[in-house]
Design a protein around this ligand. Structure first.
Ligand SMILES: Nc1nc2c(ncn2[C@@H]2O[C@H](COP(=O)(O)OP(=O)(O)OP(=O)(O)O)[C@@H](O)[C@H]2O)c(=O)[nH]1
Ligand SMILES: [Mg+2]
Length: 310
């Protein structure tokens, strides 16, 4: 009799580690090469370190902070040898990320998760993954097709709703997205649904009329449910690097972001951007995306992240 071993599902941590491999190579690989064979932490080494971190998308302000911390430790003789740099940085980066670790808590019913962001960052995919996770936790979920611009967008969300085995609500293409949200809320209330997750059309954060439309969605949602029933998740594509920073700024100013999702960490060397964002904005990173499959969304955990990175 022939036995065929089922492909082992890789452990949680090893999948994360694999996903972050390009970023790890970019930051830690370069760091290893930088300190290799060196002993003294001198001005020249610090300058090279600064450049290395900046080219790793950590963001200028954050890098200056990290360098200042290294200098401080060197001057206080807490840090003496170049070989200790890696651990010091790991600890400092952990401290930054830990401040942003605050998992999404669904405390009200129905709860509305509004998923926003620019085109192609991974909103719809993230919704599918999140729906599947919440369903596995025993919650009833309804997906709302608030991206009414493209018929394909509505269909894409419907496919995810089937994959995740959750409810789905839509209207015709080009209908008012505010009406879809209104409908979804009414339906969730009458059916006793726990969580609505609303898709929205990708929009350039610099396009004024699209931002106005988004604000209208929030106005309806807040009126129907109240602020404390709403999580506003901004989805960011890690491959865009520092561009993500300006997206956070503008979306936050316009509609108020309560959580972030950083996707596509698996396909990029620019994952360091998450450190800069955590440092600059006090907005929790709720989830990270490390692949296209339904189970490739992780609750953000600072310790796991730095362990996988270093
Ligand atoms: N490698 C990788 N790909 C991802 C991840 N998340 C999403 N994608 C891919 O990114 C592409 C865009 O994803 P969508 O979910 O359609 O993005 P969107 O923000 O809804 O796009 P629009 O509706 O056009 O604004 C798809 O090919 C996804 O499979 C991720 O974490 N890793
Ligand atoms: Mg979409």
């Amino acid at each position: 009799m022939l036995f065929k071993a089922k492909p082992q599902k890789k452990g949680f941590f090893s999948r994360l580690k694999e996903g972050l491999s390009m970023t790890r190579d970019n930051i830690v690989g370069k760091l290893d090469r930088l300190v290799f064979g060196k002993k003294k932490i001198d001005a020249e080494l610090l300058e090279e370190l600064e450049e290395l971190l900046i080219t790793s998308d950590l963001g200028v302000k954050t890098v200056q902070k990290l360098i200042a911390s290294v200098e401080d430790k060197v001057s206080r003789k807490l840090l003496n040898d170049a070989s200790e740099l890696k651990n010091t940085l790991k600890e400092d980066i952990y401290q930054i990320l830990a401040g942003d670790e605050k998992p999404l808590e669904i405390t009200k019913k129905p709860y509305l998760v509004m998923v926003i962001g620019i085109n192609g960052v991974g909103k719809t995919t993230t919704i599918g993954k999140l729906a599947s996770q919440l369903k596995a936790e025993g919650k009833s979920v309804l997906l709302a097709a608030g991206d009414t611009f493209r018929a394909a967008a509505i269909e894409q969300l419907e496919i995810w709703s089937k994959r995740a085995d959750v409810g789905f609500i839509r209207q015709a293409q080009n209908s008012d997205p505010a009406a879809v949200i209104f409908d979804a809320i009414a339906s969730a209330k009458s059916r006793g649904i726990d969580v609505i997750i609303a898709d929205t059309a990708g929009r350039l954060h610099t396009k004024v009329n699209l931002m106005e439309e988004l604000k209208k969605l929030f106005k309806i949602a807040r009126r129907e449910l109240g602020e404390d029933h709403i999580e506003t998740l901004l989805v960011l594509d890690a491959t865009t690097g520092q561009n993500a920073v300006s997206q956070v700024k503008i979306f936050h100013k316009e509609v108020g972001i309560t959580g972030l999702v950083v996707t596509k960490l698996d396909g990029t060397a620019k994952g360091g951007v998450i450190v800069g964002i955590a440092d600059e904005f006090k907005i929790p990173v709720r989830y990270i995306g490390i692949g296209e499959q339904i189970d490739d969304l992780r609750v953000f955990n600072a310790q796991d992240f730095v362990d996988a990175l270093f």
